[in-house]
Design a protein around this ligand. Structure first.
Ligand code: UN1
Length: 512
């Protein structure tokens, strides 16, 4: 799959060997039809080239879809428990490679090692869970309305699935899509984000090592217009699953709709954490730091708004800002680092632009706001953890997804006011409430408009066996994780077996 090619200059000024990775099509590692490649660079130190990847074009998508279509003919007939055994074996192999794959991921994506270990673990968890689903995939058997007639519904695969995955969880999110898809009997073409293709390679290579037949999963690396677009448009791709921005989601959704494809969109978020006067403040501060600055704020589920009741507002800000200021920013490979770089220059520019927007809107910048460029920061996309206070809920920094380490703190009167602020937004992925009052907790669980609500925990940290996804512009109603993923990657067939040896007409022959 990977060959060594000479690239340079490196940090030391001498050429070194960088691995070149190929596409995986029909079980073969092949170069792209375009003959072009792109570099995957370390966002903590851009002198470090992690790998060279294929800059593919529509012809590569065509070949991959053809391979997947061919493989589907056999794969759909492999019993689901047998398909799942391969996934189970992959989970075991993946566990053994956890440290190596976490290091690869930190190098290509930037988040700290603890978190990339968690990302690999999330793929392991998904594999074990989906392996179990292979022996469930339940469908109802139900009495027929006619005598001597049997009725049931069975799950069937869809065919070729086109999967487009983001850079922030470069192994976990591909696992959420690939593993239920193949357990259900589909075959796949995956286009990983151009910033983080290596982690998807590591996952798929593990599945191949576990015995996955050729053509069942194909990888085509490259960019949206040349790979993602043709993949979602292809008539032989029967389902499209995308995790990405709402802007891209709108395009992919419309493309898929033209051919009535199954389409799952998991898009943006602007997730609120509410802190009431009676909350355990130490816990809320700890949670707000983890939710706001974990993954450098680059989670769809990031705690980007903290809505604090007036009784504790001043104290919360003071203590939160002090802790945010003290966070250790640096290369994620260093075990001491608490926050890594932005994934790329564009993302960093977006984060810094929103700092200017917040200032211009009149929010109070309490800490951060600057790019870090001195010493070890010189070659990476680092910025300070940034906190705005006295944010008006209508401000752009309180309404728009930034996807960086920029937290907006908004004052509120009481729970009712907080929920109004929380809900008055385009998105609805995750949400959280800190309180000791069980009545308030249950009201919030009912009233927060979001696909996920946490009580006394921040907005991040979803577990793979529960539904993951959101309401409003966060998506189109599908759920990843849990049985929702099986629902998406299968279709129902109702089956009736009449063993009466007579013509029985439903709704007509009622024996009256
Ligand atoms: C994402 O933010 O895109 O719940 C995924 C979480 C992680 C997954 C996040 N388990 O924060």
């Amino acid at each position: 799959m990977a060959t060594d090619v000479l690239t340079g200059p490196t940090i030391l000024g001498t050429a070194t060997r960088t691995k070149a990775y190929k596409n995986l099509i029909d079980g073969e590692w092949v170069e792209s039809s375009t003959g072009e490649t792109f570099e995957n660079r370390n966002p903590a130190d851009t002198r470090d080239v992690v790998g060279i990847f294929q800059k593919s074009g529509p012809a590569d998508v065509e070949a991959a879809v053809e391979a997947a279509k061919h493989a589907f003919k056999k794969w759909r007939l492999v019993p689901a428990p047998r398909r799942a055994e391969i996934v189970y074996r992959a989970a075991e192999i993946l566990q053994g490679s956890k440290e190596e794959f976490a290091r690869d991921m930190t190098r290509e994506m930037g988040k700290v090692l603890d978190e990339t270990r968690g990302d690999v673990q999330e793929a392991v968890d998904t594999a074990y869970y989906m392996a179990g689903e292979g022996r469930r995939m339940f469908g109802p058997t139900t009495p027929s309305e006619l005598p001597n007639k049997f009725a049931m519904a069975i799950r069937q695969p869809l065919g070729v699935c086109g999967l487009i995955t983001p850079w922030n969880f470069p192994m976990a999110i591909p696992s959420w899509k690939l593993l239920p898809a193949i357990v259900c009997g589909n075959t796949c073409v995956i286009k990983p984000a151009q910033d983080t293709p290596l982690s998807t390679f590591n996952l798929v290579r593990t599945l191949v090592d576990a015995g996955l037949p050729k053509g069942v999963i194909n990888i085509v690396t490259g960019f949206g217009p040349e790979v993602g677009g043709p993949l979602s448009e292809h008539p032989d791709v029967k389902a499209v699953s995308l995790t990405g921005s709402s802007a891209v989601g709108r395009i992919v959704g419309q493309t898929a709709a033209k051919r009535f494809k199954h389409c799952s969109l998991e898009l943006g978020g602007k997730n609120p954490m509410i802190v009431l006067d009676d909350a355990n403040l130490d816990l809320a501060i700890e949670g707000g730091l983890w939710g706001g600055f974990g993954t450098t704020g680059q989670r769809c589920t990031a705690t980007s708004r903290i809505i604090v009741q007036k009784g504790v507002y001043g104290e919360f800000i003071e203590r939160y800002v002090e802790r945010a200021r003290a966070l250790k920013v640096g290369n994620g490979m260093d075990e001491e680092t608490q926050m890594g770089p932005a994934v790329n220059e564009n993302q960093l520019a977006t984060d810094l632009r929103y700092v200017d927007i917040g200032k211009a809107e009149g929010a109070r910048l309490k800490c951060g706001g600057n790019r870090l460029t001195s010493g070890d920061y010189a070659h990476g996309f680092f910025m300070e953890p940034t906190v705005f206070a006295d944010v008006d809920p209508k401000m752009r920094i309180a309404q728009e997804e930034i996807f960086g380490p920029v937290v907006s703190i908004i004052p509120c009167e009481d729970l009712e006011d907080a929920i109004e602020i929380a809900n008055n937004i385009e998105y609805g992925l995750s949400s959280s409430l800190y309180t000791k009052d069980v009545n308030k907790a249950f009201s919030a669980m009912r009233d927060l408009e979001a696909g996920i609500t946490y009580i006394n925990a921040p907005t991040i940290g979803a577990e793979v066996h529960l539904p993951f996804g959101g309401v409003k512009s966060t998506g189109n109603g599908h759920r990843e994780g849990g049985v929702g993923a099986i629902d998406f990657f299968s279709q129902w067939k109702a089956v009736y077996v009449d063993y009466s040896d007579t013509l029985q007409r439903a709704q007509i022959d009622r024996g009256e």
